[in-house]
Write a protein that binds this ligand. Structure first.
Ligand code: SF4
Ligand code: SF4
Length: 258
């Protein structure tokens, strides 16, 4: 898309994409607002967020879901969203907030990493790759915007290690688009297929046990490297799970039966 067409593109509420513009921001313990953003939050968690968090605190994904999350209405009625369950105190603090700051900082969720940016992905580009846009967002209490460290978007994304998260989140977004067309048909919400899909997306340890018991992987043509990675790595298993769901629900996708 050239600059002229991009300028003509409409964004909600007059939001202006950052493009190559710079922005000022820094977040550190010395900010007077330190950890203000870890309170009174409504935070959605994506499948990869849950893998990173549950591995960070070394717990089973099912226990993680039970203890730290709650279900909520997603962007459509055919699949629930998962949100962080905030503490039941006046501040509704994040369960991972400690006096010294974030107890899971290196594995903090996508939402915590992206701020002060917001990401939008345009998947309607004909014949091309989806195009992403970033916007600067400001919470009134956040003093990080007054700091004089300058960033451009790409540098911020690298600094926050966002690219790995975005890659898996985009795969998740494709799967959620399939869910939005009600692939469960007569089963309705919370039927067996939807529950299985929920396990694939959010309960990766449960899906690993299911895949082993049902000998699922051996039913598909997978190259040796991928099969080895799936056996030891939750992210690789999640990506296989997305491919499997796509295959089962649409008959399409990147995997083939043996
Ligand atoms: S409010 Fe802003 S500057 Fe303060 S801790 Fe949160 S992100 Fe950092
Ligand atoms: S995960 Fe960490 S950075 Fe994110 S809200 Fe919780 S304590 Fe704050």
């Amino acid at each position: 898309m050239n600059d002229k067409i991009e300028q003509q593109k409409q964004f909600p509420d007059g939001m202006v994409p950052l493009g190559k513009s710079t922005f000022s921001f820094a977040c550190h313990e010395g900010c007077g607002c330190f950890t203000s953003c870890c309170r009174k939050l409504d935070m959605f968690l994506y499948p990869y967020d849950i893998i990173r968090l549950k591995n960070s605190i070394k717990t089973h994904s099912e226990q993680f879901l039970q203890r730290y999350t709650r279900l909520a209405q997603g962007t459509h009625p055919f699949f629930p969203a998962v949100m962080m369950k905030m503490a039941e105190n006046d501040e509704r603090t994040c369960p991972f907030l400690e006096e010294y700051g974030c107890a899971v900082y290196k594995d903090r969720p996508s939402a915590c990493r992206t701020y002060p940016l917001e990401r939008a992905v345009d998947r309607t580009v004909k014949g091309g790759r989806p195009k992403e846009y970033y916007f600067l967002t400001k919470h009134s209490y956040c003093l990080g915007h007054n700091e004089n460290k300058e960033w451009v978007t790409n540098k911020w994304l690298r600094d926050q290690q966002m690219l790995e998260y975005n890659t898996v989140n985009d795969l998740w977004s494709e799967i959620d688009t399939i869910f939005s067309h009600n692939p469960w048909q007569g089963e309705g919400a919370a039927g067996p297929k939807q529950q299985l899909a929920f396990m694939v997306c959010y309960n990766i340890d449960g899906f690993r046990a299911f895949a082993e018991q049902s000998d699922l992987l051996s039913q598909f043509k997978l190259d040796k490297f991928r099969a080895r990675m799936i056996a030891i790595d939750d992210e690789a298993l999640l990506k296989f799970g997305f491919d499997w769901l796509k295959f089962v629900l649409t008959g399409k996708g990147l995997i083939r039966r043996r």
